[in-house]
Ligand binder design. Structure first.
Ligand SMILES: *[C@@H]1O[C@H](CO)[C@@H](O)[C@H](O)[C@H]1NC(C)=O
Ligand SMILES: *[C@@H]1O[C@H](CO)[C@@H](O)[C@H](O)[C@H]1NC(C)=O
Ligand SMILES: *[C@@H]1O[C@H](CO)[C@@H](O)[C@H](O)[C@H]1NC(C)=O
Ligand SMILES: *[C@@H]1O[C@H](CO)[C@@H](O)[C@H](O)[C@H]1NC(C)=O
Ligand SMILES: *[C@@H]1O[C@H](CO)[C@@H](O)[C@H](O)[C@H]1NC(C)=O
Ligand SMILES: *[C@@H]1O[C@H](CO)[C@@H](O)[C@H](O)[C@H]1NC(C)=O
Ligand SMILES: *[C@@H]1O[C@H](CO)[C@@H](O)[C@H](O)[C@H]1NC(C)=O
Length: 359
């Protein structure tokens, strides 16, 4: 009797110790099943023009591409944030690098440094997450210009430096990036010259190719390489694939705006020109899933659902905020108080889901 319980107890020991060590990396990017996946063997959900929000803070600017800010995007599972960076001179005539939509007169969301600080703050309290930042270098900032902003924000502490400037066959696993503390992947479109001082700034088109992004019709999406030029579907040089998946609509005077009226289909799993369908289509073209998808208004759909599906993530989604898929009514106050309540609800939903899946 005593002997038997001793045996049982010792049988439990390895189980207990392995479950404790597993606890320190219970989930990577919200899922235990993603920890052992190479960075380039999964799909990362990207928020197109992440800082350009269409909410009260911008008086619901029609130039806005997202209904929720970058912090909430990360809370809700987005792991790639793209932004346009423009040169904007300060009152004293010094160069400042700002996040502006097409032009700083149209929509100026502040300095690159303050946005990077916001992302760093999120990463400080989310230690099992790999985040990708994609800078659209609209005014040809040099690596030193951009690197200085990364350094002053402090986010460079997390930056991953590639082993070489040629395309790797396999990128590190999420687990490895997390354990080494190099959880920030930084790509710049484009960087004329890399810098030994800021070696973590990676030229996007050295490592990544994209399909066309200027699309206005749900029947006009393509999987074929558009940038960099000279690639074909059968010859992409081992680059990762970023799938642009959003629609523009052209307004008066030729001004392009995100098509928000069709986005519930654009970001859905099924339907004409839906994210789910397009992921399947491009997966069949390349024999593997796109590595990144870039969407507008990511909460609609929700886009994360198609990404979970293609990643094979079906349960145990740890610590992700669930947002409403509704498009905000621009006349209703969707202030911070309401969102805080939403995040409490999200935690409760996550717990209920975890219990239901027996996790
Ligand atoms: C990608 O991940 C899947 C799922 O874990 C695995 O089966 C496959 O072998 C991986 N492929 C590569 C090339 O690592
Ligand atoms: C800088 O941004 C402000 C708006 O924040 C704008 O009025 C000004 O024209 C910009 N300057 C340049 C040089 O882009
Ligand atoms: C879709 O593509 C076709 C063929 O290239 C083109 O003629 C048409 O103008 C495009 N539609 C839109 C809305 O851009
Ligand atoms: C958005 O796209 C849909 C589908 O092509 C189209 O019917 C609708 O008119 C577009 N909306 C705008 C505002 O252009
Ligand atoms: C998208 O929104 C339109 C207009 O509200 C609605 O008719 C349609 O059923 C919605 N489609 C999906 C897939 O949610
Ligand atoms: C895209 O995928 C859908 C369903 O997943 C399929 O019906 C359609 O034929 C595919 N189209 C192309 C061009 O591969
Ligand atoms: C992001 O939005 C939330 C909800 O509206 C708000 O509480 C938070 O202060 C915002 N964060 C930043 C950095 O703007």
């Amino acid at each position: 009797m005593f002997f038997r319980s001793l045996l049982q107890a010792s049988a439990l020991l390895p189980f207990l110790s392995s479950s404790t060590s597993a606890q320190s990396t219970t989930a990577c990017n919200n899922s235990p099943s993603l920890c052992s996946r190479a960075y380039n063997n999964m799909t990362h959900l990207g928020a197109h023009d992440s800082p350009f929000v269409r909410d009260k803070s911008t008086s619901f600017s029609t130039s806005g591409n997202q209904y929720y800010n970058s912090t909430i995007q990360l809370d809700a599972g987005v792991r790639l944030l793209s932004a346009q960076v423009h040169k904007n001179s300060s009152a004293t005539g010094e160069d400042e690098w700002h996040l502006c939509h097409s032009s700083c007169d149209l929509l100026d969301m502040g300095s690159l440094t303050s946005w990077l600080k916001e992302i760093k703050t999120w990463m400080d309290s989310h230690k099992n997450d790999v985040v990708t930042v994609l800078i659209v270098n609209s005014d040809d900032a040099t690596a030193s210009d951009l690197g200085a902003q990364f350094a002053s924000s402090g986010i460079d502490d997390y930056a991953y430096t590639p082993a070489s400037t040629s395309v790797p066959k396999t990128w590190p696993t999420l687990e490895s990036l997390i354990s080494k503390g190099t959880r920030l992947m930084t790509f710049v479109a484009s960087l004329k010259e890399t810098s030994t001082q800021y070696p973590y700034l990676m030229d996007e088109f050295t490592y990544i190719f994209e399909n066309d992004f200027e699309n206005e019709s749900p029947t006009n999406y393509t999987c074929t390489p558009n940038r960099p030029t000279g690639l074909t579907t059968s010859s992409t040089g081992g680059r990762m694939f970023l799938m642009n998946h959003f629609l523009y609509s052209t307004q008066l005077f030729g001004i392009q705006q995100p098509n928000s009226t069709y986005v519930n289909v654009t970001n859905a799993e099924t339907g004409l020109g839906s994210l789910g369908t397009r992921l399947d289509n491009c997966t069949s073209v390349y024999g593997e899933a796109p590595n990144f998808v870039l969407v507008d208004f990511f909460n609609v759909g929700p886009a994360i659902q198609s990404v979970d599906k293609i990643n094979g993530v079906t349960s145990s989604i740890a610590g992700r905020m669930t947002l409403t898929t509704a498009q905000p009514n621009e006349n209703v106050d969707t202030g911070a108080a309401g969102r805080r309540d939403a995040s409490v609800v999200a935690v409760i939903v996550a717990v209920v889901v975890a219990v239901a899946f027996g996790m």
